[in-house]
Ligand binder design. Structure first.
Ligand code: GLN
Length: 282
């Protein structure tokens, strides 16, 4: 058997030669060796366990040859300090979505102070938004919906593993909670226009239900905004993630459906218009 170091080097080069990320190969090694980075370093010159080596090579090929996202191979993604289980039934939580969490917590504090509030996450997928918010602030009573039963199953598992207290509802957008009232509504709905070209890594592996948002990519915002006030309290905050080129279109849509609201756009760390917040005082 090769040593951990040899196996890692050879396969990092293999990935690089195929225009893939060597860092993904390291993640796969840590996953199969069931070690942290520092433990791996300490055992770098020992021969790799043969079963782990075989499994590692199989995973490297899934990544390099089949272009399978590394998160679906290891079955997890790190999001805002927690590992979330993911499979092909849910979107892999994205780095930019972590930024939404920070803003939502800030608006929560600014608008509701230390008061307990109710929050709804629409189209929760892996549950990353609702679960993280519930863990960050125990005064947030979080509910979440998803039309995919398989996604709700993943989200519930994540909720239990991470010790959160989110209530999940299976169903379309706001329908499963239509008799309830929320102080905050958040959503990172599918927002890629149907005919936009999408890189194969995403298009061939992630659920299309979680990616595409109709002809202009705004179908889910339209549907949510149309009914939003029927499930919101008199004073509310809405937080959306969206495509970087949709801030203006989304603003028009918000103005069409909601009166007397303040609209604030925020950029992501790459300087792209990525989030929009709607604030209603009374
Ligand atoms: N809310 C989940 C996330 O942000 C799922 C989003 C989606 O499926 N479009 O990752």
């Amino acid at each position: 058997m090769p040593t951990y170091k040899e196996a890692l080097k050879i396969n990092e080069h293999y990935a690089l030669d195929n225009n893939k990320e060597p860092s993904a190969v390291k993640l796969l090694m840590l996953h199969h060796a069931e070690m942290t980075s520092s433990a791996l370093l300490a055992r770098f010159d020992e021969p790799m366990d043969s079963e782990a080596y075989t499994a590692f090579l199989r995973s490297v090929n899934q990544y390099v040859v089949d272009h399978k996202p590394v998160q679906y191979i290891t079955g997890s993604e790190y999001f805002f300090g927690h590992y979330f289980c993911v499979n092909r039934d849910v979107l892999i939580p994205r780095f930019e979505t972590e930024e939404l969490i920070g803003h939502v917590l800030d608006f929560k504090q600014e608008y509701f102070g230390d008061q307990p509030i109710t929050l709804l996450d629409v189209g929760t997928g892996s549950g990353c938004l609702a679960i993280t918010l519930a863990l960050e602030d125990e005064r947030i009573e979080a509910h979440a919906t998803d039309i995919s039963e398989a996604a709700v199953k993943v989200a519930k598992e994540n909720n239990d593993t991470l010790g959160a207290n989110v209530t999940f509802h299976h169903g379309d957008l706001l329908k499963p909670v239509k008799s309830m009232r929320f102080d905050m509504l958040i959503s990172n709905p599918p927002y890629i226009p149907d005919d936009e070209s999408v890189e194969p890594l995403v298009k061939n592996h992630e659920p299309h239900l979680a990616l595409f948002g109709g002809e202009d990519g705004l179908d889910y915002y339209r549907a949510i905004l149309k009914d939003a006030e029927s499930i919101l309290a008199d004073r509310y905050v809405i937080a959306f993630e969206h495509a970087h080129d949709k801030a203006d279109a989304l603003k028009r849509l918000i103005r069409k459906h909601l009166k007397h609201v303040k609209i604030i756009h925020k950029k992501d760390m790459q300087g792209k218009d990525r989030m929009t917040f709607v604030l209603k005082k009374r």
